[in-house]
Design a protein around this ligand. Structure first.
Ligand code: GUN
Ligand code: ZN
Length: 437
């Protein structure tokens, strides 16, 4: 049995904080301890209390004065787009055709998939992210490569091979039958193996024929414990085309509803231009709208109205995500910084406690994995990020005038990136410097 005691300033959220004065929404220990055994947190609280429960001394790592938080969660990212990130000058549909689809054809080669999966998981961990919901390419081997690398790192990740059978080059197309069969095989091989979870992944309504959407709906019905992930209402030209392709549907959201693809485990990337009817449909089905601020800004897609969605009579479940490679940074700190600005452009503010709730427990709840990750509660997996709010000269200087925890968090979000990540624990093992040889 391996045991480890971490010492530092521990912060975990109990629920969504309504303001910076909402101190009941979180548990913070200035001198905290986390006792980890076999990859799980088994005790948390004041360091002296946790230490006092131990019969004998164990390995202790003192991270003071840094913060210990649950590892960040990225609810929508395309690992196969690492070499698409920073591609210039296009809106969504042109960007897909010019850069993304050609790049994804390379994942026919299993070796390429393994290389990129390895680099991707190292990169997200380096940025403090311990769980992602990832899109692979259409090729089964791209999903196998992802899951193999994820399993080796003992990460809790959600992923799926995209299903797409039209309106893209041949090199990234499957068929309704092969998409179904390969998804089925991947679920059998990987869903629930170690910490791996499968997401049924029809890319979006434009690249799936009605026959493929039927298959995706059948898979969702046959595997209610799997997630479903797709894209919805990102860009005006995309919305028009999707609605033309499915004229019988009331709107874009209704396309997915008609195929049985909405529900509590459905993650819908973007959701920027929803009508009130569509937002009601998402709320009633418990589907999750995924906020991808850097991508929405980079592709000029629009401003996700986070506060309106949360405060409406029928509120939406919301997650936050990088959407790399439409998104422009692997860091969830950079993501929420841009998210703050998007929300500001909609005339609202997001308080820093709510931001960090979103990145941890909020995203875990949206992904239905809060019993396993997203908090520092005993019984959950020991996925932990260590943050240094004085990581750069500019941060150090600004910290001289910060006197509250909320100010420190806001500074981390506004000025922080991978440099602020001092260590990352994945299932209790230090992982920032890559896999041990
Ligand atoms: N819609 C369909 N596919 C994609 C994708 O890869 N990225 C983004 N941002 N939107 C999409
Ligand atoms: Zn996406």
């Amino acid at each position: 049995m391996t045991a480890l005691l971490l010492r530092g300033r521990t912060l975990t959220f109990l629920r969504e904080p309504h303001s910076v004065a909402d101190h009941d929404a979180y548990a913070y220990e200035e001198d905290g301890g986390l006792l980890i055994r076999d990859g799980r947190i088994v005790a948390a609280g004041a360091y002296d209390t946790v230490r006092g429960q131990l019969a004998e001394p164990i390995e202790t790592i003192d991270h003071r004065p840094h913060l210990l938080l649950p590892g960040f969660i990225d609810a929508h990212v395309h690992y196969v787009q690492m070499q698409v990130i920073a591609s210039y000058g296009a809106e969504l549909l042109d960007w897909l055709n010019t850069y993304t689809f050609p790049e994804e054809t390379k994942f026919r080669d299993a070796q390429h998939g393994r290389r990129i999966a390895r680099l991707f998981l190292d990169e997200v961990i380096r940025h403090g992210t311990t769980t992602v919901a990832a899109y692979c390419s259409v090729h089964r081997q791209s999903a196998e490569a992802f899951f193999e690398e994820s399993h080796q790192r003992n990460m809790l990740n959600i992923a799926g091979k995209v299903m797409m059978d039209r309106n893209a080059p041949d090199g990234v197309l499957d068929t309704p039958r092969s998409g179904y069969d390969e998804t089925k095989a991947l679920i059998a091989d990987w869903h629930g193996r170690g910490r791996q979870l499968y997401a049924i992944t029809p890319r979006f309504a434009i690249t799936s024929s009605p026959a493929q959407m039927e298959m995706a709906g059948a898979l969702a019905a046959e595997h209610p414990d799997c997630h479903v992930q797709t894209h919805l209402s990102e860009n005006h030209a995309e919305i028009r085309w999707a609605e033309e392709l499915y004229p019988e549907a009331a709107d874009y959201t209704d396309i997915y509803a008609r195929y049985g693809l909405l529900g509590k485990k459905t993650l819908l990337g973007h959701c920027i231009h929803l009508s009130e009817r569509e937002a009601d449909a998402l709320s009633e089905s418990g589907s999750v709208a995924v906020f991808c601020p850097t991508s929405n800004l980079f592709l000029g897609s629009g401003l996700f109205d986070y506060q309106r969605y949360r405060k409406r009579a029928k509120p939406l479940r919301i997650a936050a995500a990088t959407d790399v490679g439409g998104g422009t940074n692997y860091s969830m700190l950079r993501t929420m910084d841009e998210g703050y600005k998007v929300i500001a452009l909609n005339g609202e503010k997001l308080n820093p406690l709510a931001s960090f709730w979103q990145l941890t427990r909020g995203n875990a709840e949206a992904l239905s994995v809060a019993d396993r990750v997203g908090t520092l509660e005993p019984g959950t997996d020991a996925d932990i990020v260590v943050l240094d709010a004085r990581a750069t000269p500019a941060m150090r200087l600004r910290m001289e005038t910060a006197s509250t925890l909320a100010e420190e968090l806001f500074l981390l979000q506004t000025l922080g990136d991978d440099r602020a990540v001092r260590e990352v624990y994945v299932a209790g093992r230090a992982a920032k410097d890559g896999l041990p040889l």
